[in-house]
Design a protein around this ligand. Sequence first.
Ligand SMILES: *Cc1c(COP(=O)(O)O)cnc(C)c1O
Length: 354
Amino acid sequence: MKVHNFSAGPSILPNSVIKEASNGILNINNSGLSLLEISHRSKDFMDIMDKATCLALKLLDLENKGYKALFLQGGASNQFLMTAYNLLENKAGYLNTGVWSTKALKEAKLFGEAVEIASSKDKNFNYIPKGYSIDSDLDYFHITTNNTIFGTQIKEIPNTSVNLVCDMSSDIFSRKIDFSKFGLIYAGAQKNMGPAGTTLVVIKEDVLGKVSRKIPSMLDYQMHIDKESMFNTPPVFAVYTSMLTLEWLDKNGGIKSIESKNNEKAELLYNAIDNNELFKGFAAKEDRSSMNATFNLVNQDHKEVFDKLSKEANINGINGHRSVGGYRASIYNALEIESVKVLVEVMNELKRKV
Ligand SMILES: *Cc1c(COP(=O)(O)O)cnc(C)c1O
């Protein structure tokens, strides 16, 4: 039975990756041992970590440009504080586009002056603020490229001389952007890269070493760079599975090729939302996310029938986040267009039925 998995996170991974990860649990590299029971300092695992970091930089086109890739723990949520701990000396600016950026800003305030440069809270974060100015005296400017809960996405990365720091948890590796615009990018693995348990951090090394406070080792990017993500025991399974997903992406043409597939899926779904009078989209059209589509029924009386039809079609994980309501279909890299077609067909069927 094929289930169409639109879950927002943890979320769909390529089937081949799930299978290979399962094999690794049983017997890694024909060693007769499980990935879960070998030393993280063994050659088998060191090669995995090395491959994962190299592939991350390769796919982002950041090789030989002064960047380091790290696989850390604590989720994107831990990066909310680590970024400020390591980078905030005088003042930082935040673009507030949703729940996650609000949390990032809150954590940063514990370390110094952190200001909201612009916000879309006035309309329950259904759009991306534009036309704001970024003071050149900021230590960094923090943005969230894709707002997983509200279904908005920054289409144009701001141009600024200020160090750009980005939470890219839910759209990393999904579209081609100039990643060298960023001083630091972080992303929890469980949206578009792997299982929960590790967070990819990509840092331009020269943004570090500029704050006067002392930083505990576990929260110090420089320490993790020096120890190549092995300061302490890394989350071996999450790193391994992330590596497999990055390998899958690389073999399938990298970001450029997945981006055109993602655009095709998004277009199909948004057309269905726009052309079916029973539904309305949540996010402003020009800011719509190509990863998370948020929409609702115009008439809630149709909910029961729509939910039943969805269930019969094996559609999983489309309930919206409680702060938006309605529906959210997450259409990450690994989701095949066939699944979107099934959802669209269910939306059309509802129209025929009511
Ligand atoms: C899911 C998500 C987070 C939270 O990630 P955790 O790994 O659970 O801490 C942060 N930011 C964005 C954009 C997300 O989608």
